[in-house]
Design a protein around this ligand. Structure first.
Ligand SMILES: *Cc1c(COP(=O)(O)O)cnc(C)c1O
Length: 363
């Protein structure tokens, strides 16, 4: 089989999804499965839906259109605010979208009227991470304008933490989201179906006994795909962290000096010129088993790779991953398996050089 390739264990993904859906249901929280790191891979989305994921979230309308064509029969949520240039497509294919701008609400309302459809609105609130969101003191006015626009249905409010500044979901900001939900309901005399607390970064707080309050919805990607929470990258108990693995092929394997020689300047991907007198990278000068893999920046984010046992990643350039091997003695043509971070997975899925295949799980 060709390399590099992603090996996707659908059985393990099913287990991760079912475990989280069941666990969160005990706290009254529904799950939207966010498939953007896989570019909306239909096989994975079908697996999640089988496991009880009720809605699918995607950041790009192209992926939502692809999933519609693939026959995914659950409502789809566009988790990035729609571009004005794409509102017609958004109304046609996404049931709900996240929004924080009045002009976008107006354009979606107009598109929904033209198409004779009703489009769901999740208003995003800024609670400190400084990515998307309406400031709390502007929320009531935005809700009022949403309610006044034809062919829109206000589904609720949501927030997104942990992405831009790593702001941690906690008792304080989650209580604020609940308070805002209650305030809107009281002000306008309505029930908001969704109070969407965030992404995989909310799981540690909930697992530690966080009080959900009004929170009844999460949008989960990393936890379902990689079995980890994003704030500290710790494994979530009971989930597989190896549901998706990257396989790369060895193209050179030699005993080589463990120190470079010659005058040194900037490397291909380094931000700065190395120290004038570079410190030795290994304990003592000597020889080591160095291996080159046909895998590089064009395929994956090398910073996000975890090597197999006995393998140490020295660095990467566009097309090569350079590793040192202790104990193991790979040969040219051998394959090695690496675990992926979210950014590594995202780039591998996006690269035209990386294929993927589905692996049936050993019992
Ligand atoms: C990517 C994204 C998510 C999912 O985040 P994970 O950390 O992968 O769970 C949820 N909501 C929004 C708005 C996102 O952009």
């Amino acid at each position: 089989m060709s390399a590099p390739r992603l090996e996707i264990h659908l059985g393990r993904l099913h287990h991760n999804a079912k475990t989280l859906v069941d666990r969160l249901a005990l706290q009254g929280i529904a799950v939207t499965g966010v498939s953007k790191a896989t570019l909306g891979l239909p096989e994975i989305v079908h697996t999640w839906v089988d496991a009880g994921v009720a809605t699918i979230g995607e950041s790009r309308i192209e992926s939502i259109e692809g999933l519609t064509a693939a026959g995914v029969g659950v409502p789809m949520l566009l988790i990035r605010s729609p571009m004005l240039s794409q509102v017609e497509r958004v109304v046609a294919h996404a049931a709900i979208s996240c929004k924080s701008e009045l002009s976008v609400l107006q354009a979606l309302s107009a598109a929904a009227q033209r198409q004779g459809l009703c489009h769901g609105v999740l208003l995003m609130v800024e609670l400190g991470d400084l990515r998307e969101g309406i400031l709390a003191h502007d929320l009531e006015a935005m809700a009022q304008q949403t309610l006044a626009l034809p062919n829109l249905q206000l589904m609720g409010i949501g927030t997104n933490l942990g992405c831009q500044h790593g702001v941690v979901p906690d008792a304080l900001n989650m209580a604020e989201l609940s308070r805002l939900t209650n305030a809107l309901e009281r002000r306008f005399g309505l029930h908001l179906p969704w109070c969407s607390g965030g992404n995989s970064a909310n799981l540690p707080w909930l697992a530690a006994g966080g009080e959900p309050g009004r929170l009844n919805h999460l949008r989960l990607g990393e936890a379902l795909l990689l079995g980890r929470e994003p704030l500290r990258r710790t494994a979530i108990p009971g989930l597989f962290t190896n549901a998706i693995t990257l396989v790369a092929e060895v193209i050179e394997a030699k005993l080589k000096p463990n120190q470079p020689w010659g005058e040194r300047q900037r490397t291909s991907f380094a931000a700065a010129v190395p120290e004038p007198e570079p410190k030795p990278t290994s304990a003592a000068p000597g020889y080591e088993h160095r291996v080159l893999l046909a895998l590089g920046e064009q395929d994956v984010d090398p910073q996000g790779l975890s090597p197999p046992n006995g393998v140490l990643i020295h660095g990467a350039s566009s097309d090569h991953l350079i590793v040192g091997c202790q104990g193991v003695r790979p040969q040219v043509g051998d394959e090695q398996r690496y675990q992926l971070s979210y950014s590594a997975l995202l780039r591998a899925m996006t690269s035209p050089f990386v294929s993927h295949c589905f692996v049936s799980d050993e019992s």
